[in-house]
Design a protein around this ligand. Structure first.
Ligand code: FE
Ligand code: FE
Length: 165
């Protein structure tokens, strides 16, 4: 049964658990995205973000390590839906010329979802005076932002143009 949330610290934990689930689900989805990507740059982008995602999971575990809670036991339904949308793209028999643009569209939804969630928990950590969690969450927030920017660059540099032709 889910924990009854009664204060900000407990809400912080619940949100972190949700993120832990989101990131864990992503580690299974990103290899499939990389496999489906047509251009080597996008492929590498997904592979690099997989490595980053594993480090992000380790950061969440580090935040939990000082607490009495486990990061497990919650399922992030939002990420489950976003991953399903990505899978729809992979399973569709979309033309190769548009596939990368479609994969980027799905991936940027994921990054924006993460940016929203990490922005929230980072603020909670600040409110709670947890400077260690703040620093760790900040690092991840930066990475998600950079990944989003890189995806925009890929879209602008080649994927959208290729899809248009
Ligand atoms: Fe992430
Ligand atoms: Fe991400």
């Amino acid at each position: 049964m889910p924990m009854k949330v009664t204060n900000l610290e407990e809400l912080f934990i619940e949100e972190l658990k949700d993120l832990y689930s989101a990131e864990t689900q992503l580690t299974e989805a990103l290899p499939k995205m990389a496999e489906a990507a047509v251009s080597p740059q996008l492929k590498k982008g997904f592979q690099d973000h997989l490595k980053q995602t594993k480090r992000q999971i380790a950061r969440l575990e580090e935040i939990f390590s000082g607490r009495d809670y486990s990061p497990r036991g919650k399922k992030c339904i939002g990420m489950e839906g976003l991953i399903k949308e990505g899978e729809e793209v992979i399973k569709s028999d979309m033309d190769k010329s548009v596939l990368d643009a479609a994969l980027i569209a799905a991936a940027q939804r994921v990054e924006h979802y993460e940016i929203a969630a990490y922005g929230t928990v980072r603020k909670f950590a600040e409110m709670l005076g947890d400077t260690k969690a703040m620093r760790l969450l900040d690092e991840t927030l930066q990475e998600e932002g950079n990944t989003d920017k890189q995806l925009t660059m890929f879209a602008e540099n080649f994927a959208n143009q290729k899809a248009k032709q």
